[in-house]
Structure formats: structure tokens, C-alpha cells
Design a protein around this ligand. Structure first.
Ligand code: CO8
Length: 259
């Protein structure tokens, strides 16, 4: 069945697929259906050998303005527990291939949290980031107190989470939340360019390197170093390591296959 709230562009560059959140009238508010479609699309692309890197965007006005408030407003705690909508997020988190967020306009609440699940973030000058849940009488529920704090530090995270203040793209760049800021007409192009650069690398190395970087947030330095070393050694089981090193010696460009 075709998804309704996302658009999948299969090959926007070699080995790069693009998923676009597509509920423009609602500023891409993340309802259950959209999140389910996104989970399924990411799972399929993660298993597709013709894809090495995924770009995730909204539109110029909004990456996503958060969880769908209208869908959530009347729910009870038991509804929330039974629906367990955050379990979708656990599956999304397991995507092995790098995901690059292309962000313009609002990235708020769950939208900011979804963006922080991505591995690199390209923003337009018009991007605004925030965790405004506090203004709704709640608080972030999908990583806003954890990933944001790890990315920007306690001072700014507390300010954003406790007052709901939005920050600009320049502030986000300075705080280390995002990778780069470009004029609005270029944000998607720049994200695809970055994706293309990564997609030229060994797909196995990409996955294992992503896994190892993320490990840094979950573990002690000693365990992280151990994990990193294991992944490094493991890559010597693949043909891409032979190809990459032989290509260097022969002074030519490597051709990686992921085998
Ligand atoms: N949910 C539902 N509808 C929304 C949302 C949203 N989060 N954001 C905007 N919309 C709708 C508006 O209701 C409006 O619809 P309508 O035309 O039918 O009234 C339409 O989108 C356009 O919005 P506005 O008219 O408000 O546009 P403005 O340009 O005036 O304002 C803002 C833009 C500032 C972004 C404003 O819309 C706003 O404040 N939105 C809510 C932002 C917010 O509070 N986000 C946090 C939501 S809670 C959350 O994310 C919890 C995370 C938990 C994990 C996530 C699980 C999926």
C-alpha cells in the first residue's frame, strides 16, 4: 500500500534515497499513521542494497511541528500506555544506515526529537528548533531531555525544555546541534550532497562506524573503545577493506560493493 503522509524518492543521487514528511497543512505534525509509515519506509530502505544513505526532510515551512497535538489531546495515560507510540521510535532508532536530516522551518517537540535521531543535520537559515512541550503542560517524551542535553549541554537544554524557547539555525549551529546552515533554497540540495559523499564509502563501514559513534552515548569510554576495536577488526572480513586499501596503494578511486 502507498503511504499517505510520506513521499519516498528512491534515488535522488547514487545510493541515496529521500523520505519526505508530507502533511503540509498540519506542518508535518507526527501522527501515528505518519510515524508508522516512516518506520516501515526506513525498515525497507535499510534492507535495500541499492541504498546506502537516507535523507529525511519535511518542506520549506516545517520539518515537523511535533507530535500531533489534536490526536493526543484527549488521551488517557492508559491510552498512551496501550498505544505505546514511542515503540515506533525504537524501531526507527535501529536503522543501521546513516540518516541525514534536511531541516527548514519548524523542528519542534517530536519534530526536533526525530531530527536528533538522525546522524547529521543540514538546516536552512529559516530553521527553528524547540522543545515547546512545557507550554502544553507536558514535557519532551521522545529524547528531548536526553539527546538535546547531550548535544547542546545542560544550560541551553534546560532553557529550551523549561521555557519552550525556539532557537535559530545559527544558535543551533553554534551549540553543536546541527552540522551546517545554508540558504533556504539550498538546504535539501546540501543534504543530498552530504549524503552522496557518505554514500561513496563502503556501506558496511558506514553502518559499523555509525553504530560505534552512537555507542559513545550509551557506554563507558573503555567499553566504547572495545566496541570500536571489534567493529574495526570485523571490517577486515569484508571485500571493501581489501578494495579500499588496494585502491589507495594503486592510487585509484575505490569501488565499494558492501560485500
Ligand atoms: N499538532 C497538530 N497540529 C498542528 C501542530 C501539532 N504539533 N502544529 C501545527 N499544527 C496545525 C495547526 O493546528 C494549524 O492547523 P489549522 O489550520 O487546522 O488550525 C496548522 O498546523 C498550521 O499551524 P498554525 O496556524 O499554528 O501556524 P503558525 O505558523 O501560526 O504557527 C507553530 C506555527 C509556531 C509551529 C504553531 O503551529 C505551534 O506552536 N505548533 C505546535 C508546536 C508544539 O507545541 N509542538 C510540540 C507538540 S508535543 C510533542 O511533540 C510531544 C513529543 C512526544 C513524542 C512524539 C511522538 C510522535
Amino acid at each position: 500500500m502507498q503511504p499517505e503522509h510520506i513521499i519516498i524518492h528512491p534515488e535522488v543521487a547514487p545510493y541515496v534515497a529521500h523520505i519526505q514528511l508530507n502533511r503540509p497543512k498540519e506542518l508535518n505534525a507526527l501522527n501515528l499513521q505518519l510515524m508508522g509509515e516512516l518506520r516501515d519506509a526506513l525498515k525497507a530502505l535499510d534492507a535495500d542494497d541499492s541504498v546506502r544513505v537516507i535523507v529525511l526532510s519535511g518542506n520549506e515551512k516545517a520539518f515537523a511541528a511535533g507530535a500531533d497535538i489534536k490526536q493526543m489531546a484527549g488521551k488517557s495515560a492508559i491510552d498512551m500506555y496501550t498505544t505505546d507510540q514511542f515503540s515506533t521510535w525504537d524501531t526507527i532508532k535501529k536503522t543501521k544506515k546513516p540518516i541525514i536530516a534536511a531541516v527548514s522551518g519548524f523542528a519542534l517537540g517530536g519534530g526536533c526529537e526525530l531530527m536528533m535521531l538522525c546522524d547529521m543535520i543540514v538546516a536552512s537559515e529559516t530553521a527553528r528548533f524547540g522543545q515547546p512541550e512545557i507550554k502544553l503542560g507536558v514535557m519532551p517524551g521522545a529524547g528531548g531531555t536526553q539527546r538535546l542535553t547531550r548535544a547542546v549541554g545542560k544550560a541551553l537544554a534546560m532553557e529550551m525544555v523549561l521555557t519552550g524557547r525556539f532557537i535559530t539555525a545559527q544558535e543551533a549551529l553554534q551549540a553543536g546541534l546541527i552540522n551546517r546552515v545554508v540558504p533556504v533554497e539550498l538546504y535539501l540540495q546540501e543534504a543530498v550532497k552530504l549524503a552522496k559523499e557518505a554514500a561513496a564509502m563502503s556501506p558496511l563501514a558506514l553502518k559499523m562506524a555509525k553504530e560505534a559513534v552512537l555507542k559513545a552515548f550509551d557506554t563507558t569510554l573503555e567499553e566504547g573503545l572495545h566496541f570500536e576495536r571489534k567493529n574495526f577488526y570485523l571490517l577486515f572480513a569484508g571485500e571493501d577493506q581489501k578494495e579500499g586499501m588496494q585502491a589507495f596503494i594503486e592510487k585509484r578511486a575505490p569501488v565499494f560493493t558492501g560485500k
